[in-house]
Design a protein around this ligand. Sequence first.
Ligand code: DHB
Ligand code: FE
Length: 298
Amino acid sequence: MTTTDNAVEQSALDQSAAATSPTASDSGASASASFRSTSQYSGAGAVTNAARVDALARALLGAVHQVILDHEVTYPEFQTAKKWLMDVGDGGEWPLFLDVFVEHAVEEVASRTQTGTKGTILGPYYLPEQVQLTSPATLPARPDEQGTPLLFRGQVTDTDGTPVPHAVLDIWQADEKGYYSGFAPDIPSGNLRGVVTTDDRGVFEISTIQPAPYQVPTDGPTGALISAAGWHPWRPAHLHLLVSAEGHRTVTTQLYFAGGEYLDSDVAEATKPELILDPTDVGDGTRQVTYDFVLERN
Ligand code: DHB
Ligand code: FE
């Protein structure tokens, strides 16, 4: 990608995040712009082997043909599907759609070789290069940020239990309405995002607020499919994390909240029992929870 492409994508990102009325298409288009400008971080362009492309494309098309034959798909249905696929592209919703409905399977494959803390999907709302903080840290928040204060602490160790000094927690989350900064309008950039370095024993303490459940935007083509199929568009409330350290395999994960809505029916199928926090009230309205991360050595 050229510098000009990056500038254009960044401007699309800024413009859709700056729009005044929150629409799904804002989040979808912003997620597309973000993916195009940051996909170098996630290995885009790695598929160059013709035999592999042949095998995957053949299997994928074969699976589609089989669905058509098994369900006796008609011409009107085929044309409806074609139009819907075009709408997803026109609305910039491919990253959003794929991360909700497909990424969990890719993550399941990746997790087969992973022995530390369980991973789960990255999702479309990661933004690199956020403010760098040192534990104990407070995530950037608006002066009147709504939501229950949450004190999140723990320690990063390796698989032998040895502390990992100066491990890094790149954390991002939705606000108390379920919106992410950089993708929804009217939220300052960098809000509820931060890159927190642990102390020399891998210990961290992060002050934030408890996020709300996230709703897949309902006014775009992804939402149209969800409602046409009679599904619900919700993900349970979650914190996103990339936990990394020199010489260790990075863990991409999310943490959920015990007793929260949609834990058993996540539209993105990305919950795991090992990733559920159970914070306790500490009296002054703050909730507190400890969660330790385990990183594999490279
Ligand atoms: C999507 C949104 C999320 O916040 C998430 O964690 C995963 C997927 C999405 O809309 O695609
Ligand atoms: Fe999310």
